[in-house]
Design a protein around this ligand. Structure first.
Ligand code: ADP
Ligand code: MG
Length: 597
């Protein structure tokens, strides 16, 4: 038998690697800007055309490369950043795998121009799909400029898989914001086609936040600072009362690298406990500095996940930092951040006391969950916003709807609300128990889905149109789903940069345009990250969730009846749009079995 195993040609190996490293234009943006930062650039300009599909260009004033290095930089596993395995455990640079440029050049028409300060002439290299087309000296500025044209032009399947321009642009802006936040001392500019989207001068972090997210952040930020032997946490949090209805502006960086970490996110949220209105999300930008040897960044090539060797210690310090900031700035009443401080002190004294630690955690986590639960009910507004007419105390109806004459009149149809959560209703086959929120979500979902299909959502004109400032990311999202929002019944126009003027909302959805709109976008985004749904389904589902009655809400009889009727007129009454059961029937035979001897 002949031997059949061969090494893959570089161009194919690079293309395979590109599948991991370059998922979309935004990933190329990230890799290129990170390289510029690693090269010590103090000014970085990003130019994109057609949301990066036609062009992504990054121009920096960093160290540049020699002629040989320029050529080497395009080889796979070629890097100037690590030499030994030990280096892996003291990483200070953003890159280290040495595969970004090779991967990007494998799936685009790639142009590199670079010059070191001490050279007269720079080097230019043109590559198409890993093949060097041209290389030679060129007159250029000090630093490096890389242009990536027609990303995935040689892999039509990948190219076709790219999302519409607003979506890809949103990803690019997100990536850009993270990098710009992590490096406030570096000047950044972003051009989309010929529009200057951001022009950021070197500044302090607080100023950078304001230039990125808008003037409304001025005076809303509280500085955070906490340090132990293990970690240092710095950054800013937003005032609790300026928390938004949309998540989004929440950032955690570890050694200047943006990371996603639900556990640390929970640490921050817990510190805000009791200070936020329900369903609002505080702003925060937190920097964690920790010796790289305690961190493993190697988990995934896109590197937004991270592993700490002692995650709980980091949790405690983050929470303490946020609580302290809230306390120091008088944003919170005297809160018990002492327990956290004790933990922090213990950590800084390097006392490892596992039991002490465990107790602190379980008790505080357990307690906070309970508080949340209670709060849900305390805060519940007495009346449903959705209906104009309300009725007083529920217990009256409880009796009247079950009183004898009514019951005799109609065997089915009598209905009452139970514990502000369920409707109980006599049905032919037994006792039906309906989950009020799941049921209402189903009713509204079908209504909104129909509107989106027929496109005829009636709008209720606002007396005073309201302006809403959105983050660039959310703004791009709204543009992406504009026609669907109009079908639902929203009316709005673009009113300056990242700002909308909302002049109408769907009929019957209350009058707080701003809250409705922001809440909808937030829910939409949450669905988007959790479920892969077509836009219309997602939107109908998000809007149903936002506008439905909630568990814990006291309802008037007419409201209850209208939801019950609506539910059984639905095409799929058994489940809420996200698959929770809406009702179940306690069969008569089952009931009887309890009473037979
Ligand atoms: P990595 O960043 O993981 O080392 P890359 O493929 O991104 O791998 O880059 C390869 C090498 O090219 C880098 O190690 C660096 O030496 C060089 N390089 C890339 N971009 C730049 C730049 N903008 N300025 C200077 N050198 C660069
Ligand atoms: Mg790199």
């Amino acid at each position: 038998m002949p031997d059949i195993i061969q090494l893959l040609p570089d161009s194919i190996a690079n293309q395979i690697a590109a599948g991991e490293v370059v998922q979309r234009p935004a990933s190329a943006v990230k890799e290129l800007i990170e390289n510029s930062l690693d090269a010590g650039a103090t000014s970085i300009k990003l130019i994109v055309k057609e949301a990066g599909k036609a062009l992504i260009q990054v121009i920096d004033n960093g160290l540049g490369m020699s002629e040989t290095d320029a050529r080497m930089s395009l080889e796979r596993h070629a890097t100037s950043k690590i030499r030994t395995t030990d280096d892996l455990f003291r990483l200070r640079t953003m890159g280290f795998r040495g595969e970004a440029l090779a991967s990007i050049a494998a799936v685009s028409q790639f142009e590199l121009k670079t010059r070191q300060a001490n050279q007269e002439l720079g080097t230019q290299i043109l590559v198409e799909a890993s093949e060097v087309k041209n290389q030679g000296p060129v007159a250029c500025d000090k630093g490096t400029s890389i242009s990536v044209k027609n990303l995935f032009y040689n892999i039509p399947a990948r190219r076709n898989f790219l999302k519409a321009n607003p979506v890809e642009m949103r990803h690019i802006i997100e990536e850009f914001q993270r990098l710009a936040l992590a490096h406030p001392h570096v000047a950044f500019a972003l051009y989309h086609s010929d529009d200057l989207i951001y022009d950021l001068t070197p500044s302090k972090l607080s100023q950078r936040i304001v230039s990125l997210f808008g003037k409304s952040f001025q005076g809303q930020l509280a500085a955070c600072q906490e340090e132990t032997a293990l970690v240092k946490v710095t950054g800013y949090i937003g005032r609790p009362e300026s928390a938004r209805k949309t998540r989004g502006e929440q950032f955690i960086f570890v050694n200047q690298r943006y990371i996603r970490n639900n556990y640390l996110n929970h640490a921050v949220t817990t510190a805000f406990q009791g200070l936020l209105v329900e369903n609002s999300f505080p702003f925060y930008v937190l920097f964690i500095e920790i010796d790289p040897k305690h961190v493993d960044v190697n988990v995934h090539p896109t590197k937004t996940e991270i592993k700490f060797d002692d995650e709980r210690a980091v949790y405690a310090v983050v929470r303490a930092a946020v609580k302290l900031a809230l306390g120091t700035h008088n944003l919170a009443p005297a809160i018990d951040f002492h327990s956290d401080i004790n933990i922090v002190n213990k950590l800084s004294q390097n006392i490892s006391n596992e039991q002490y630690f465990n107790e602190q955690f379980t008790s505080s986590l357990g307690r906070s969950n309970l508080q949340n639960w209670e709060k849900l009910f305390e805060d519940t507004p007495p009346d449903s916003k959705l209906f104009q007419k309300t009725e007083p105390a529920n217990t009256l109806r409880f009796e009247s709807s079950l009183n004898r004459q009514e019951e005799e009149k109609q065997e089915t149809g009598a209905v009452f609300q139970f514990q502000n959560k369920y409707f109980v209703r006599a049905a032919k086959s037994g006792l039906m128990i309906i989950d009020q929120q799941a049921a209402h979500e189903r009713v509204l979902f079908e209504k909104y889905a129909n509107r989106l299909k027929s496109g005829g959502g009636n709008s209720q004109q606002s007396l005073f149109p309201q302006t809403i400032s959105l983050s660039p990311v959310d703004f791009a999202l709204v543009m992406e789903i504009e026609s669907e929002l109009i079908s639902l019944g929203f009316r709005f126009e673009v009113f300056g940069k990242n700002t909308l003027l909302v002049s109408g909302v769907p009929v019957g959805c209350g009058s707080n345009e701003k809250e409705l709109f922001e809440g909808l976008i937030e829910q939409f985004k949450r669905n988007q990250s959790e479920l892969e749904l077509p836009i219309r389904d997602n939107l109908a589902m998000a809007f149903a969730r936002r506008t439905s009655v909630k568990t814990g809400q006291k309802l008037a009889l007419e409201e209850i009846q209208s939801i019950v009727e609506g539910l059984f007129a639905c095409s799929k009454p058994n489940f809420s749009p996200d698959g929770r059961p809406t009702f179940f029937t306690f069969e008569t035979s089952k009931i009887e079995s309890y009473f037979t001897r």
